[in-house]
Design a protein. Structure first.
Lengths: 313, 313
């Protein structure tokens, strides 16, 4: 964790947001958004996904976006990769952090990638081994992502024990950190607290753990607060809640970056992020949409009278 | 608290919602809404406000609404009253609970009612004395409401000590319970936990304490969860988030009843409320609007696969 912040906000809009909408942003349009958001102080941005362009044409310029983003001083550039090939491409492009995601739910994992969770864990090993075999990639952070950790649209509730099993599996195979995702917007704050309490008991407090929430049913920020209460200090979010949920038409995407930052700073937790700058980044993003809905309340209401950013430690 | 529920959800839409919008519902329209929502299991509904009709024509039929609502078996009928005259009218009509609200912020209280907080506390005494002097009203619950407890649009931050002072003042004057309100949508969950922790330390755990949140900046349900964590088990909410905030155009009103109930039941906390019934009540309400916005995400997304209501204790 950087020294001058208490909670790391990881912007997802360029990946989780753009992959869920029809509009394809130009490379220049993406870079204008990334630059303004980084300038506002967002420390880490997931700028793309190394999937086949025919599956997600929105992500076709991910290598170029990663390379260009590396020029932004201080920004941690992350990318998603679905497999070894994608991870290799992400490393070649120079991504600082690569998220490799598998579903904790067998049914969901099989539906997504036609692999068992065990097979996906084995695939994960290949990626870590590849990274370890190449000295030039030794600083690349491999993040082990656990999708559907709070529930699954195919099999419903996901047992806590399964989440722990995958978490331990990822760490045994060399994951540098873990990311726990409520992929389909099923989590509630009681469950969030229980899961992260159990996860810290299982893997210890030295492992970096991030949380990824969707606001599908309006509980996103309550879940984020519950995660903070359990000790999580890395949170994914999407500017204007860009994105959506294929399982819930009309629902928003990830929790809203600017609402989250407002919550954190109000609570005295330093993010390093300037809210006015974030709203400017939002305008840059929004101007490129072709009718897709945006979300969030902070952009409508602004700061309360007497608001102060979290003071320096 | 009723025996078969863990958290009491108090519907505010008929009062805090309707008083904030232009559309004036007919008495029949209000009753259709109230009946369906009570049938869905909502245990308590604030059905009106005993203010002068020329100030709030939406509330002109409050006495009739109270009387008609009393016929609904099992429903606790609450009403708001700004002063002794209003409280007398609410008692005459038969309200089970009467909310008397003053602002913790001197500036806000003066702006609203041209009275100091001390004067408002003295007015509160008159209401309790009136209730106590009339045997037929001995069962009427007088709720002491503290507006702007989390911040004020005129004076900004409100010191915790002021909130405690007003809380103690209300209890000394005979309040049967307390209601703590984020009237203007300034609260954050860290602050909520701190305030309720301190309040329980100050007044003890035997006092009934409710929380009233607005979702102005998207933190409403996070604040509700924080209140639950501190031990609060009575929460105000508004169906579809009906209402708004005069200080924040475009913002939603109270936290959304159906989103809150979904959160509580998901967490294993019994509300006694059926979510399908709540959505039907929402439709009855929504059909009477003339373009006012509605809020909330649960109505768009429905239940997660495998959802179960909180089990009986």
């Amino acid at each position: 964790m950087r020294e001058n912040i208490d909670v790391l906000v990881h912007e997802m809009g360029l990946r989780d947001g753009l992959q869920s909408i029809d509009t394809i942003f130009t490379t220049e349009g993406k870079m204008a958004w990334i630059k303004r958001e980084a300038e506002a102080g967002v420390p880490q941005i997931q700028v793309g996904s190394f999937v086949p362009p025919k599956l997600l044409p929105q992500m076709a310029d991910s290598a170029e976006i990663v390379r260009k983003s590396l020029a932004i001083e201080g920004l941690t550039v992350s990318a998603l990769a679905p497999n070894l090939k994608g991870a290799q491409n992400a490393m070649t492009a120079g991504a600082h952090q690569i998220g490799i995601v598998m579903s904790v739910s067998e049914a969901h994992n099989f539906s997504n990638v036609r692999r068992s969770v065990q097979d996906s864990l084995d695939d994960f090993s290949l990626i870590v081994e590849y990274r370890n075999a190449h000295a030039e990639y030794k600083d690349v952070c491999i993040s082990g992502g656990m999708a559907t950790a709070f529930g699954c649209t195919i099999s419903g509730p996901v047992p806590l024990g399964e989440v722990m099993r995958v978490a331990e599996g990822l760490l045994e195979r060399g994951a540098d950190r873990l990311s726990v995702a409520d992929t389909v917007g099923y989590a509630n704050p009681g469950q969030v607290k229980e899961l992260f309490d159990e996860l810290y008991r299982t893997v210890g407090h030295d492992v970096g753990i991030g949380a990824h929430f969707h606001d599908t049913r309006g509980l996103g920020l309550a879940n984020a607060f519950a995660a903070l209460e359990a000790g999580v200090c890395e949170l994914d979010a999407s500017l204007a809640g860009l994105g959506g949920c294929p399982y819930a038409p009309g629902a928003s995407g990830n929790i809203v970056t600017e609402d989250l930052v407002f919550m954190l700073e109000s609570m005295g937790l330093r993010t390093g992020i300037d809210l006015d700058g974030l709203l400017e980044a939002r305008e840059i993003m929004e101007a490129q949409l072709k009718g897709e809905p945006v979300h969030g309340t902070f952009a409508k209401t602004g700061l309360p009278l007497g608001f102060q950013y979290a003071p320096a430690a």
